[in-house]
Ligand binder design. Structure first.
Ligand code: ADP
Ligand code: ASP
Ligand code: MG
Length: 420
């Protein structure tokens, strides 16, 4: 008998019919002798619908407690789908109970809308499992030290599931979604993308952080920290497929590197449309400018991603960096009002129509010329590179948003990712 955690995403929970399917699948796992904890997301579209209602009432943030209320609101989506799944399981003859984050409890910090899990108490869940119940734990939510409901950031149910699996030392965490695994790139953008049978933890971490939304990055961080065996697979297979076949399907996140040695240098391509570029133009080139610009941005709690400083001409330079699009207007205002006058720079310009495209692969460590191959492939498509950043296992470029799909397809082909 194993302890297994299943996570079902929004599309997998998208209708009562789909919820019934999930219940039948989970019941099959119980009948095979496993103890089951299930973490569902809200029904697809529900989180957007709820947050949209808030936006109708208050288009911009209205005060310090606004984010608290957003979490009160958005967390209801998961509460509803969890109760529905428990009811569906009961109608399949399974004893089942659902718990909101605060009932477990899943304790988080107080960073509303992007809270971090600090601890999970598994006593209550274990008691139910021992009594033969299937336990449903709401995804995406927790409770802060003051008893407020918090949410974990968009896509956060992945993180709830892996964190529950880690806390309970589960034998495996299976992330059921609307694709049958992790692909070389988003199969919605490149139909030739191939499913990876395995992906190393390090590559998955990079892909998630660079924009592959198939897993929330914090779930991958948890899996790495606690070595949670984790697999991404489809919830759209018939629920009654052979359980052994199902258990081996999808993509396994691996922690050993050796398995990958023979494989492709580049394993995947990620892209991200969530960033915006800002340039401070005509800054007097003297020691301390990076600190003056980025120090002010950091003091406003705004995260910076890529940074580039041009070679100076006649004692002046341009300094560019990217921030999340949600922070774009705030950063522009901050620079215009405070930093540009203090620095004596000419102006601030901004461009929200950019995207970041990245190639990822642990094989890049031991091969040279990978980045230049990427740049050549983009130049052959006439795509101008605005910024570059590299690490041991990835190279990212910022380009005009309108070339994103073209770039991803060209790179996918250039690195032979469509070849089995
Ligand atoms: P869920 O609701 O199950 O959490 P998500 O929409 O969050 O599902 O994640 C699944 C989606 O991630 C897929 O439908 C796919 O479009 C997208 N995706 C992005 N990059 C990849 C990738 N490399 N492999 C597979 N899917 C990807
Ligand atoms: N329902 C939440 C969202 O849409 C969490 C999740 O689906 O993982 O972001
Ligand atoms: Mg998701």
């Amino acid at each position: 008998m194993a302890l297994i955690v299943h996570k079902y995403g929004g599309t997998s929970m998208g209708s009562t019919e789909r919820i019934r399917n999930v219940a039948k699948r989970v019941a099959k796992w119980v009948r095979a002798g496993h103890q089951m904890v299930v973490v569902p997301s809200a029904m697809s579209g529900e989180t957007n619908r709820l947050l949209g209602l808030a936006k109708e009432l208050a288009p911009a943030k209205t005060g310090t407690s606004y984010d608290r209320e957003l979490d009160m609101l958005a967390s209801t989506g998961e509460q509803a789908s969890s109760a529905l799944l428990a009811i569906a399981l009961q109608s399949e003859g399974m004893e089942s109970v659902s718990y909101a984050g605060w009932q477990v409890p899943i304790k988080t910090n107080s960073a509303f809308t992007k809270a971090r899990i600090e601890s999970i108490d598994d006593v209550r869940v274990r008691q139910d499992l021992a009594a033969g119940r299937v336990v449903i734990v709401t995804g995406f939510q927790g409770v802060d030290p003051d008893g407020n409901i918090t949410t974990l950031g968009r896509g956060g149910s992945d993180t709830s599931a892996v964190a529950v699996a880690a806390a309970m030392k589960a034998d495996e965490c299976l992330i059921y979604t609307d694709v049958d695994g992790v692909y070389t790139t988003d199969p919605r953008v490149v139909p030739e993308a191939r499913r990876l049978k395995t992906v190393s933890f390090e590559e998955m971490l990079e892909m998630a952080s660079l924009g592959s939304k198939v897993l929330q990055i914090r779930s991958v961080e948890f899996a790495g920290k606690y070595k949670v065996p984790m697999r991404v697979l489809s919830s759209f297979t018939p629920w009654d497929i052979d359980i052994h076949e199902e258990a081996k399907s999808g993509t396994l996140i691996t922690f050993e590197e050796d398995e990958k040695m023979e494989q492709a240098v580049v394993s995947g391509i990620a892209f991200n449309r969530d960033e915006a570029k800002i340039s401070v133009v005509g800054v007097p080139d003297k020691p301390g400018i990076a600190y003056q610009i980025l120090g002010a941005v950091a003091a406003a709690n705004i995260e910076v991603d890529m940074i580039i400083q041009n070679i100076s001409k006649e004692g002046k330079t341009d300094f560019s960096f990217t921030v999340h699009r949600n922070d774009f207007a705030r950063t522009m205002d901050l620079l215009k009002d405070k930093v540009v006058p203090a620095l004596g720079a000419n102006e601030v310009t901004g461009d929200a129509k950019i995207c970041k495209v990245s190639i990822v692969g642990i094989g890049m460590r031991s091969h040279v010329g990978i980045a230049s191959k990427m740049f050549r492939s983009l130049s052959e498509e006439g795509i101008n590179i605005q910024m570059i950043s590299t690490s041991e296992i990835k190279t990212s470029v910022v380009i005009d948003e309108k070339y994103m799909e073209l770039a991803v397809r060209a790179l996918h082909k250039a690195f032979d990712l469509d070849q089995a």
